[in-house]
Design a protein around this ligand. Structure first.
Ligand SMILES: *Cc1c(COP(=O)(O)O)cnc(C)c1O
Length: 298
């Protein structure tokens, strides 16, 4: 790995419901890699960074919104790998930069604000061509690392999952992490994705673009709490409960929805007795800074 993974550890969640149902539940704390940078984002960047360094590419240019975990991860990863970084940021430059963007700048990322209409073009070849002219010699990394190389990097996460795990659970945004987990899973392990966007019905198509695998996966639908980065008082209460009860901090965009889904499905007997469930804490805690202060107890 191109970054330090020695801080990753596994949390075990124990309560009466779990022991009654004979289910073990653990959480791989990828968020521990770095206090600000999302764990899974660094994995997704792994092969892009490796290639940039091998080919002596001067820097990486990528895309994201004002609270993008992917942008901070790219800024951080490039800085520590001796590469330059630039970002095309969705929307007009705000009067007050988000904490996320301030961190990106601290890691020497060059920010370029583009209109939402222009941002929509981000996957069009003509637009990519224009970016390459603007950032001479840079490597273009798709938003969220959504690329087979991103999925191959995410497959390295499987090295941190204990052997006897029966179910691997992760939040799904672009599905790049999910594709990696599916590729890297053992034959008898089931991979379960929890979509955090409303009406994500193209996940199978995404997986076949991202990975060459026939390993099955499952989705727990209906846990998006209104859509991407949307939240309800119930979700916030659940986050505070997780922290109070298990000292587990989660983010409201991804990991809280994933944990809610898994615990709800355990209660509803979706998992057979004897299941050993491993959830991935993919990070994202910096995003909680966008919540009014006092919302969370951590
Ligand atoms: C980006 C992100 C995800 C989703 O990863 P994808 O590969 O885009 O599906 C999950 N959790 C956190 C904390 C993230 O930042």
């Amino acid at each position: 790995m191109l970054f330090n993974t020695s801080n990753i550890f596994i949390d075990t969640i124990a309560n009466d419901c779990l022991s009654e149902k004979k289910i073990s539940l653990s959480v791989v704390r990828l968020d521990k890699i770095h206090p600000i940078v999302s764990g899974n984002k660094l994995f997704k960047l792994h092969y892009f960074l490796e290639e940039a360094m091998t080919l002596l590419i001067p820097g990486i240019v990528t895309f994201g919104g004002a609270y993008s975990n992917h942008l901070v991860a790219t800024a951080f990863a490039c800085k520590t790998s001796g590469l330059k970084s630039a970002a095309l940021v969705r929307g007009e430059k705000p009067a007050k930069l988000s904490p996320t963007l301030i961190t990106c700048i601290a890691y020497d990322m060059q920010l370029h604000f583009i209109s939402r209409t222009e941002y929509e073009q981000k996957e069009k070849p003509a637009f990519i061509e224009k970016i390459l002219q603007q950032f001479k010699g840079f490597m273009v990394v798709p938003e969220g690392g959504y690329h087979p190389k991103g999925a191959a990097g995410a497959a390295l996460i499987n090295n941190f999952i204990v052997e006897d795990t029966t179910h691997i659970c992760s939040a799904v945004g672009t599905a790049t992490t999910l594709a990696g987990l599916i590729t890297g899973a053992k034959q008898n392990q089931r991979v379960i994705g929890i979509p955090v966007l409303k009406d994500m019905n193209d996940i199978a198509g995404r997986i076949s673009y991202l990975a060459n695998t026939t390993h099955q996966f499952q989705l727990l639908d209906g846990y998006h709490f209104g859509g991407y980065a949307k939240k309800t008082p119930e979700l916030i209460r659940f986050m505070n409960h997780l922290y109070e009860q298990y000292k587990l901090p989660t983010d409201f965009v991804y990991t809280a929805k994933m944990m809610y889904a898994v615990m709800d499905c355990i209660e509803k007997d979706f998992f057979a007795p004897g299941s050993k469930i491993t959830c991935l804490h993919t990070g994202g805690l910096q995003g909680n800074a966008s919540l009014p202060s006092g919302t969370l107890i951590f």
